[in-house]
Design a protein around this ligand. Structure first.
Ligand code: AMP
Ligand code: GLY
Length: 422
């Protein structure tokens, strides 16, 4: 079949890499893609939220499956758009309906869902400009640090963790006055959870599910997890401390109630649930849901899946995921993000990348690259994700770092301590 992947980052290059290997895939397109995806698929210059253009392209090229990378088209209802039209509804959309995507699109909605279905999470209350004073009074009842979350999508910047009560009260006011635009019209204030983070990825057809390999990403720009938040500077899979008994707890207390909750609420969901967790003592608690794969977690999770990914997605679309086996590579995978100097603040683009030919046995997924006059140049903050495997994640990391030594572009930067806390 002909398949279209939506997105342009390392996550989408990884999807394209796995899909291109499938015997079920005839022609593969990526919109808009990057210089990496163009080596294994055909890039198409269509924006991920331009549903009319995506639909016209899908009809023209006889696309039978659309795999949605980022959250924006999901939150904007791409699934519902395709399912509502006679000419489009036969196309499998790998991603949840708009109702399902509210789990990521609204933090307040996600909290209400967790409460309704008994899923462990931090205690919380939510506030609007009309209830600012109650919000500030609620902060006084909490212990620091204070966690303030913009309700809506804020490009990963909408969460503030503050040590000082007065600063927290002021920030609450600023957020409710529109610090993050419409995304912070409602602010969720929640209890701080002290523990170590990990992510669990679940693929579901709305009633059956498969738990994918766990991963842990490293979000801060600086070593020792210091400095500004980024989209993610590296990741490791599996997470060594997520042993069988902890995973069983996660499945029983979080994954099952989440999928059952979606089914009870009659929400169409054919896609990924990314569950951000904190391990508090022995207890897993949900800090957030995302309705797509993580980036750079995808760059370690998908390469560990040995089963044909398109067959798995077909089972999802047909709501037969229970009949599908999922084979996982037992080796560890690591990915290290190579980023532009200055990122996550201002950085320059258009730097020529060299060394891509001599990568050895690492996989290089392009995150922010494009082709220009026959060269591959940087076009984003996160530029390349370098993925390696070995029996032990430390050995795998060594391979990623050895590969990075061969790569070069002006002001290239990366973290040398991925996995430092494991
Ligand atoms: P989120 O966008 O909800 O994933 O939040 C961003 C980051 O803030 C998370 O990855 C955590 O590191 C941190 N965080 C969010 N909520 C909490 C919480 N209740 N307690 C501690 N840390 C949190
Ligand atoms: N790496 C975190 C995310 O994709 O949201």
């Amino acid at each position: 079949m002909n398949i279209l992947v939506l997105g342009s980052g390392g996550r989408e290059h990884t999807f394209a890499y796995k899909i291109a290997q499938s015997h079920r895939c005839e022609s593969l397109f990526v919109a808009p893609g990057n210089a990496g995806t163009s080596q294994i698929a055909t890039n198409v210059a269509i924006a991920v939220t331009d549903f009319d253009a995506i639909a016209a392209f899908a009809i023209d090229k006889n696309i039978e499956m659309i795999v949605v990378g980022p959250e924006d088209p999901l939150v904007n209802g791409i699934y519902d758009y395709f399912k509502a039209k006679d000419k489009l509804k036969h196309i499998a959309v790998i991603g949840p309906s708009k109702a399902g995507a509210t789990l990521e699109g609204s933090k307040e909605r996600a909290k209400e869902f967790m409460m309704a279905h008994g899923i462990p999470t931090a205690a919380y209350q939510s506030f609007t400009a009309q209830t600012l004073e109650q919000g500030q009074a609620f902060l006084e009842t909490l212990q620091p640090p204070y966690v303030l979350k913009a309700d809506g999508l804020a490009a990963g910047k909408g969460v503030l963790i503050l040590d000082d009560l007065n600063t927290a009260k002021e920030e609450l006011a600023t957020m409710l006055q529109g610090k993050f635009g419409a995304a912070s019209t409602t602010v969720v204030i929640e209890e701080f959870l002290d523990g170590i983070e990990l992510s669990v990825f679940v693929l579901t057809d709305g009633k059956n599910y498969k738990i994918l390999p766990t991963a842990k990403d490293y979000k801060r720009i600086g070593e020792g997890d210091k400095g500004l938040n980024t989209g993610g500077m590296g990741a490791i899979s599996p997470v060594p401390f997520a042993d069988a008994s902890f995973m069983q707890k996660i499945e029983d207390e979080i994954v099952k109630p989440t999928i059952d909750g979606l089914a009870k609420e009659a929400i169409a969901y054919t896609g990924f649930v990314f569950i951000g967790l904190i391990k508090v003592g022995d207890a897993p608690k949900v800090i957030e849901y995302n309705v797509r794969m993580g980036d750079p977690e995808t760059e370690v999770v998908l390469p560990r899946i040995k089963t044909d990914l398109v067959e798995v997605f077909e089972a999802v679309a047909q709501q037969k995921l229970d009949t599908q086996e999922l084979a996982i590579d037992s080796r560890a995978a690591t990915t290290v993000m190579v980023v532009s100097g200055g990122y996550p603040e201002a950085y320059e683009k258009g730097k020529i990348i060299s060394g891509l030919e001599a990568v050895g046995d690492a996989l290089i997924f392009h995150a922010g690259t494009k082709e220009k006059e026959g060269e591959i140049v940087t076009s984003g903050g996160r530029v390349l994700a370098v993925t390696s495997f070995d029996d032990d994640f430390k050995q795998a990391l060594k391979k990623s770092y050895q590969t990075i030594e061969k790569l070069h572009f002006d002001r290239m930067n990366f973290r040398k301590d991925i996995g430092f806390d494991l």
